[in-house]
Design a protein around this ligand. Structure first.
Ligand code: PLP
Length: 425
C-alpha cells in the first residue's frame, strides 16, 4: 500500500475538523487523478482508493478510555488489519484480539508483548496453536470439549477463557450459531478442564457484530457470573472477563453506560475486564472513493429519471460486508462534471464492476446532480470489514491505495508521519 502523508494542520496551527479534512484530501486526490487522465496517460488511474484518518482512531480510543475506564480494549485485528491502525493502537497501549497465526505474527512484529494478545478463536488450527505456544501467547478462548484435548496436547500452559453463547439477535452479524458454549454445557466443560489440569482464567462472549441492543450485555454478564461460580465450584479462581466486540460508533455512549453499570453491579474490581472491539475503532476512520465507469438509464412508467451507475469498486471489493450484513451505504458526490444542483433529486441504483448480478452496492440512492461516467463518489465510514474482505474476482484487483492523514495532532505526532516519504498530495 502506498503511504502518503498529508499535513492536516492549518497555517494558523489549528487542527482541522476531521470531516472537512477528509473531504479536502479526497478532492485533492481526485483532482490530481483527473488531471493525469486529461493528459491521456497510458494507464488510466481509475482504481478506487481510500483516505484513512488516524485522528479518528485516536479519538475513538480517547472516548473509550473516558466511557469504559475499567475495560481494556483488545482491538479485533480481523476487522481491519491495516498496518497504520495497528501501529497507532499499539502505541496507545491497547491489546489485540487475533484469530490466526498471521494476525498474531503481525501484532508481535509491532513489538506488542504476548500478554497483550488474546488468541480469540475457539476453533484453532493445531499449527497456529503451536505458534502461540512458541511465542508465549497464553490467553485464548475455547467453547467445546475436543478443543480442550487439543490444548492439553499442544499447549497445556495456556490460560483459558470459556466462550459462552449469547443472545445476539440484535446484531447485523450474529455468531452464536457457530460459537459459544450453551449455558447447560459450561459446568461439564469446566469439570473436564479441571480433570485435564488446564488453567481456566475466565469467561468470554460476543453479543454479535453491529449489535443494536445494549441490554444484551446485561444478560451476557449475568450468564458470565453463573459460569464464574461454576468455575469456582471446580476449584478455579477466575479473574478475567472478556466482553467481546459488537460496540457501534453511533450507540457507544448508551452501550458503554449500560455495560459500565452492569459490570460494577455484578463483578468486583479485582476481576480484570477486557473487550474485543473491531468496528468501533476502524469504521469511521476510512473513506472509500470510487469512480463511475458506466451509466445506463432505466425508463420507468411515470417518467421519473432513474439511472444505473457502475463503479470501479463493489461487493467483491470494499463492499462485501455491506452485502453480507444487508447494510446499504449511501454515497456522496466527490467530483461531478455537471455543476447544476437539481431541484429534484435523481434516483440511482449503484453497482460494482464485476459480472455478477449480486454485485449491487445501493438499490436506491438519491442525489441532486446528474452523474455520469468519469464522475467520482465517496462512501464514508468504510473502515470495518472492507479491505480485508476484498477479493480479486473477475480480475479486479483486491489491492487498494490508502492515503493516510491524521486530523488529530497527537495521533500524527505518535505516528511520526512527517518521517514518511512520498507524499503525493
Ligand atoms: N471478537 C471476535 C471473536 C469476533 O469474531 C469479532 C468479529 O468477528 C470481533 C471480536 C469484533 O467484533 P466487532 O467488529 O463487531 O466489534
Amino acid at each position: 500500500m502506498d503511504v502518503a502523508s498529508i499535513n492536516p494542520i492549518l497555517p494558523d496551527g489549528q487542527p482541522k475538523e476531521t470531516k472537512s479534512l477528509v473531504e479536502e484530501s479526497l478532492a485533492k486526490l481526485v483532482k490530481s487523478i483527473v488531471a493525469e487522465e486529461n493528459h491521456h496517460t497510458e494507464h488510466e488511474k481509475d482504481e478506487p482508493f481510500l483516505v484513512a484518518d488516524m485522528g479518528e482512531v485516536y479519538r475513538q480510543h480517547d472516548r473509550w478510555k473516558r466511557c469504559l475506564p475499567r475495560v481494556t480494549p483488545f482491538y479485533a485485528v480481523k476487522c481491519n488489519p491495516d498496518k497504520e491502525v495497528l501501529r497507532l493502537l499499539a502505541l496507545l497501549g491497547t491489546g489485540f484480539d487475533c484469530s490466526s497465526r498471521k494476525e498474531m505474527d503481525m501484532v508481535l512484529n509491532l513489538g506488542v508483548e504476548p500478554e497483550q494478545i488474546i488468541y480469540a478463536q475457539p476453533c484453532k488450527h493445531s499449527s497456529h496453536l503451536r505458534f502461540a505456544r512458541r511465542h508465549g501467547i497464553r490467553k485464548m478462548t475455547f467453547d467445546g470439549e475436543d478443543e480442550l484435548y487439543k490444548i492439553k496436547e499442544l499447549y497445556p500452559g495456556a490460560r483459558l477463557l470459556l466462550r459462552i453463547a449469547t443472545d445476539d439477535s440484535s446484531s447485523r452479524c450474529p455468531f452464536s450459531a457457530k460459537f459459544g458454549a450453551p449455558l447447560d454445557t459450561t459446568h461439564f466443560l469446566l469439570r473436564i478442564a479441571r480433570d485435564l489440569d488446564l488453567d481456566i482464567v475466565g469467561v468470554s462472549f460476543h453479543i454479535g457484530s453491529g449489535a443494536t441492543d445494549p441490554k444484551l450485555f446485561v444478560k451476557a454478564l449475568q450468564d458470565s457470573l453463573t459460569v464464574f461460580e461454576q468455575a469456582r465450584d471446580c476449584g478455579y479462581t477466575p479473574n478475567l472477563l472478556d466482553v467481546g466486540g459488537g460496540f457501534s460508533v453511533e450507540s457507544f455512549d448508551a452501550m458503554s453506560q449500560i455495560l459500565r453499570e452492569a459490570l460494577d453491579r455484578h463483578f468486583p474490581s479485582n476481576v480484570h475486564v477486557i473487550a474485543e472491539p473491531g468496528r468501533y475503532f476502524a469504521a469511521t476512520a476510512f473513506t472509500v472513493a470510487c469512480k463511475i465507469i458506466a451509466r445506463r438509464e432505466i425508463l420507468k412508467e411515470g417518467g421519473e429519471p432513474h439511472f444505473m451507475l457502475t463503479l470501479n469498486d463493489g461487493v467483491y471489493g470494499s463492499f462485501m460486508d455491506c452485502y453480507l450484513s444487508h447494510w446499504e451505504r449511501q454515497p456522496r458526490i466527490l467530483q461531478c462534471a455537471s455543476k447544476e444542483v437539481l431541484s429534484r433529486a435523481i434516483r440511482y441504483t449503484i453497482w460494482g464492476p464485476t459480472c455478477d448480478g449480486i454485485d449491487r452496492i445501493v438499490e436506491n440512492a438519491t442525489l441532486d446532480r446528474l452523474l455520469g461516467v468519469g464522475d467520482w463518489l465517496f462512501f464514508p465510514d468504510m473502515g470495518a470489514y472492507s479491505l480485508c474482505l476484498s477479493t480479486s474476482f473477475n480480475g479486479f484487483s483486491s489491492e487498494r491505495t490508502v492515503h493516510y492523514i491524521a486530523s488529530e495532532p497527537a495521533a500524527r505526532a505518535l505516528l511520526d508521519y512527517e518521517a514518511i516519504e512520498g507524499s503525493d498530495i
